[in-house]
Design a protein around this ligand. Structure first.
Ligand code: RNT
Ligand code: ZN
Length: 423
């Protein structure tokens, strides 16, 4: 970038720094704290949750990707190349969240219950090379054994055992990833199980799910290598009336078993916010996983924008010092726009929200709350919204050697022209 461009960012930053110091906020410290927080990028934004197992397996499980933007990654190498582009546009060091169906088997048919760390060795080598951590997910959908709509809660013991084996194997893969990268891998279990229409027996499937999970988690794994999480959901396409793994089910399960609970921002009633749940759950759980997403009218997994909820999530984590206990993952998939841009926009927004939260004069606001000066609390919260946050963000990008302002978009346009359009 030109000197002039950098200079204007530096000048704006100097003014912003002075303005923030008037309200006792240290902008340099805010940047130092933000850069320590990794975001786990979801591999599935790059190829519409396709994976590399077989060509004919359609997405299922009540989730859907819409859009047909050209340039989708067709191979693991293409996906890695795309990810490298995205990482180069993000300030800070981040992680990759991989789904089991992104295995690489050299053309060999490996069923889900047969996966071993070897089938992810290229991902592991690449992660080591990039110096990034890995997270993992069993893929309990898009497979003939999930066609009935049931997996770990199935009443067919053959089907149930298959998925139990897959999840057990996934934890081993997670542990190998954690060991190889030197950073614990969060292995997150989400299953689609549920009914389109009103069930008679809501209890038995949940008892079966509990039993399946207990069998999966039977083997203790060193938490320095692998951490287990379970993700709840309200409904999916085709499971509108009943989802076995509901919020209450998994909250109770995670608390009673001492594992991580995954809060997905799209998995609750539309007015129910995960930002509100974080401080409740941290009374009972040592650590949590987030799937930051944006539902539009339903669990539609739109690209994360810098909206009230993403600010609120970041505020909850920063104000309460929960950032070290929270694994921040993303979960959106949009194929109607450039997929690399979608990843970049959503992730930069999560980072922006964290930086903004670090720029809040929290101590002063808490003081007002303690004094019951609720008028000033509201007044200052509103004043904060127009502080020169953008100038700090631009400088944060500059300082971390990634494109500031909308310059990242220029890079993506070049990449689209040179790489994506040739696919
Ligand atoms: C589905 C869950 C789940 C998936 C990914 C692909 O509703 O949110 O996390 O999106 O596993
Ligand atoms: Zn999710």
């Amino acid at each position: 970038m030109s000197n002039q461009h950098n200079q204007s960012i530096e000048q704006a930053y100097a003014l912003a720094k002075a303005r923030f110091s008037e309200i006792d906020v240290d902008t340099d410290e805010a940047m130092t704290k933000t850069v320590e927080i990794p975001i786990s990028l979801h591999c599935w934004q790059g190829d519409d949750v396709g994976g590399f197992e077989s060509d004919d397996q359609k997405l299922s499980g009540g989730i859907a990707v819409t859009g047909n933007y050209p340039g989708k990654a067709r191979t693991p190498d293409e996906l890695r190349k795309d990810l490298e582009k995205v990482y180069s546009l993000l300030p800070g060091k981040h992680r990759l969240n991989l789904h089991a169906c992104y295995m690489e088997t050299n053309g060999q048919k490996i069923d889900r219950n047969e996966i071993t760390p070897e089938h992810y060795s290229r991902w592991i080598d690449w992660a080591k090379d990039q110096n990034i951590g890995l997270d993992f997910n069993p893929t309990c959908f898009a497979h003939p054994n999930s066609d009935s709509g049931f997996t770990l809660a199935s009443n067919d013991s053959g089907i149930r055992n298959f998925w139990i084996e897959h999840c057990i194997a996934s934890r081993e893969v997670g542990a190998a990833m954690g060991q190889a990268t030197g950073s614990p891998c969060v292995t997150n279990i989400w299953i689609p199980d549920g009914y389109k229409d009103t069930p008679i027996d809501r209890f038995s499937p949940r008892q079966r799910l509990m039993d399946s999970l207990d069998r999966i988690l039977e083997k203790k794994i060193n938490p320095a290598f692998n951490l287990d999480a379970v993700e709840s959901k309200l409904f999916g396409i085709g499971s509108e009336s009943y989802v076995v793994g509901s919020h209450e089910f998994y909250m109770g399960y995670a608390v009673s078993r001492g594992i991580l609970y995954c809060l997905d921002a799209g998995h609750y009633h539309p007015t129910e916010m995960i930002s509100e749940k974080i401080s409740a759950l941290f009374n009972y759980l040592p650590e949590m996983l987030l799937h930051v997403s944006r539902g539009v009218r339903w669990d539609s997994d739109h690209v994360v924008t810098l909206n009230d909820e993403i600010y609120a999530i970041a505020q909850e984590l920063v104000r309460n010092d929960f950032t070290k206990r929270t694994h921040i993952g993303l979960d959106f998939f949009d194929a109607s726009i450039n997929r690399i841009a979608a990843w970049t926009i959503g992730t930069r927004n999560m980072i922006k929200a964290l930086l903004a939260a670090h720029l809040e004069p929290t101590k002063n606001l808490i003081e007002l709350e303690k004094q019951s000066d609720l008028t000033s609390r509201l007044a200052l919260l509103e004043e904060n919204k127009t502080l020169p946050f953008g100038a700090v963000w631009d400088y944060y990008c500059l300082k971390n050697n990634v494109p500031a302002r909308d310059n990242w978009l220029t890079e993506i346009k070049i990449y689209e022209n040179d790489v994506l359009s040739k696919r």
